[in-house]
Structures are given as structure tokens and as C-alpha cells.
Write a new protein. Sequence first.
Length: 399
Amino acid sequence: MKRALFFILFLLTGIPLLAGEIFRFQYTEGQKFHIEGTIDEGVYINDAFLKSVKIKNIGDLTVTSVSVDGAEHEGRFQYFKSEEGGDFILEETYPTKFYRDVYGYYDIAPHYFMPVVRGVPSFPKYPLEVGDQWQSKAHESHDFRDVFGIDEPVILPAAVSYQYIGNKRIDGERIAEISINYIINYTLSYRGVTESVQLLPSRVVGYFNQLYWWNLDRGAPHSYKENFDYIFIMSNGETVEYTGSSRAALTVTEGLKENERTALEIQKKLEQELPSVRVTSVPDGISINVGEILFKFDSDELSEGASEDLDNIVDVLKDFPGRRMRVIGHTDSTGPADYNLSLSLKRARRTAQELKSRLPSLGSRITYIGMGENRPISSNETEDGRRKNRRVEIIILNE
């Protein structure tokens, strides 16, 4: 009888009583996403420990157009590396452009290296209830240019299994917890490369176990953590193993309007003590252009008065607890390019060290990079232009 009543109610209302959850990516044009992941990795050669590595992957993406079935994304990923407890150094910046449908499947041109994981998560077209399982296919993209001289991304297919574990609330939003496991077991082949001449990976075997949190209210990823272990079997029979853990989180940024207001507030706070400093809104966040006041000419030695200037800057940075900072060194075009690049890196490193010594809570939130003469903001044909190009920027990055 109860079963009959249930069936009649379904016919009358047209709505199943146990509808489950609909998992879909929700896109709006102009949406901005910030993804930040950290990897703790051990590297082994033939089962013997070689080194430990920490990696940061930071991605900033914008939804450029939206259709009924999905959206175009464009942006960049930055790859930072720290070996044996050292500072995080920016190793590579990767532009990217791809289409992702509402279920999570990618369409991306073969020359893009990032994102690494494509198609995780992806969802079925039917509603899901707690305990449901499903499978899909995905891919990983790897950059072997520096290690093996392979110019194009190496794409590895993966078989992925999912289980919907349950829901919880984080900061008032409904978050679904999903278990994700995927396996890679793939024999590689290379066009125009002879393995007998060049040492290359011939087979990759690996597994990844993830706990993934999905924002049901926003229709977007929230965060994940995972353990992984994968082995590259080389063409000479030796093995290279990467094992460790990673975690990542995604936030939606609010664009530049809020940053513009904040930049004006910082400018007013600094203008009395540091009138030459310029604060502006930039795509990455808020730029504090210190100019060349911190250093002696053609040197990474602090100038007279630099200590007080740094104290004033730290007073501003204290207002942004938890925000990431990036220090960028620049030079003019006078002298050899490699010398300028080295000098800009030394100045950026020294600035980051001085800031951390005054504000220890910066910790690993601050990174640095030297750009040399590659990003002038004025002409190098005049002394005034060269003076403007010799500068240190401190970027308060978007959340």
C-alpha cells in the first residue's frame, strides 16, 4: 500500500521524493577563480631517496564566455619550487586557455601544459545520492622540456572512480565530500625521438587518492587533499618515483574595483613618509612600487634610510593577514642582460628577507622573483625613464 501511495504521489506531482543532488559547474561571464595548491614530494631513484621538494601551483583564471553547455576559460598558472627547505622560487609561468563543460570535461589545445589534471572532477548527468559511485576518464599533462627535452606536453590517460560520501557546511555553504581515486598505467611513445639514443620514460604507473570538497551552492570546486605515488620506468630500466601529498583550495575573486579602493587607502597611508611610492591596482592584486629607494646604486646593499622605509611598508602589510605577497625586482637596460637579471633577483630576495625579519608571520606567504630589464614601465633612452625602471614592487596578491 505504501509503495502504491508513493507511486501515485510521484505521478501527481511529477517530482521524485528522493531527487538527490545535481552536480554541475555553474559559470558566469567575467567570473575570476584563484587556485592555490601545495605539494610535498619525495623523489627516489631506483628506490633510493634522492631529495625532498615543495611545490606551489598558483592559478588565476577568468571565464571569458559562457554557453548553455559550458564556458571558455583563460588565464595562467605559476609554478614555484623549494628544495630542501629553501625559499620558493618561481620556475615557470604557463598561459592557458580551455573550454570546460558543465559536467567537468575539457577541450584544450595540445600545446598548453596547464592545468595538469583535466577532467577531475567530472559528474554524471543524473542526480546523485550519498553513497553513489561513478567512473569517468581524465588526463594529466606533464612538462618534460627541461628534464628530457620533449617540447610538447606529455598527456597521460587516467581511469577515475568516484563516491559521494556526504554533505557538510563550511562558512554557511553546503559542501559535498567526494572520494576520488584514479590510476595511471600507460606506455609512452615519442614522435621523432629514439629511446635507445635518449634516456626517456617508457612507462608510467601511479595512483592518486583524493578527498574532494565541492561547493553545491556555487557549483564550483572548494578544495581537496590527496596522496599520490607514481613511478616512471625509464628506457634503460631504471625507475624514478615521486610520492607525497598535496592540497589545494579555490576562491572566487571580486575583480579590480575593491582593489582600486584599497590601493588609494594604502597610497594615502604611505604618502607622508614615502611620497615617491606609487600604489596601484593590477590584475594580480595591489602593487606597491617602491622604486629604487631601498638600495644603493647598482647594488643589493640597503641604502641609508631603507630600514625606516621598510618599517613603514610593513605597517601596511600588517593590514593584510593571510594574504600572499610577491616581491619583484626590476632594472633598467644598462649593462648585460644576465647581470641585470641577477641584480634584480638579489634585490627582490633581500627585500623579501627584510620584510620577513620585521613581520615573521609572512612566512611562506611571501615569494620573490627577478625580472631584470624585461618589464620596463618607461623609456630606457632617458635618465628619468631608466630611474623609473629601476624599481622593486611588492604585490599584495588577490585572495
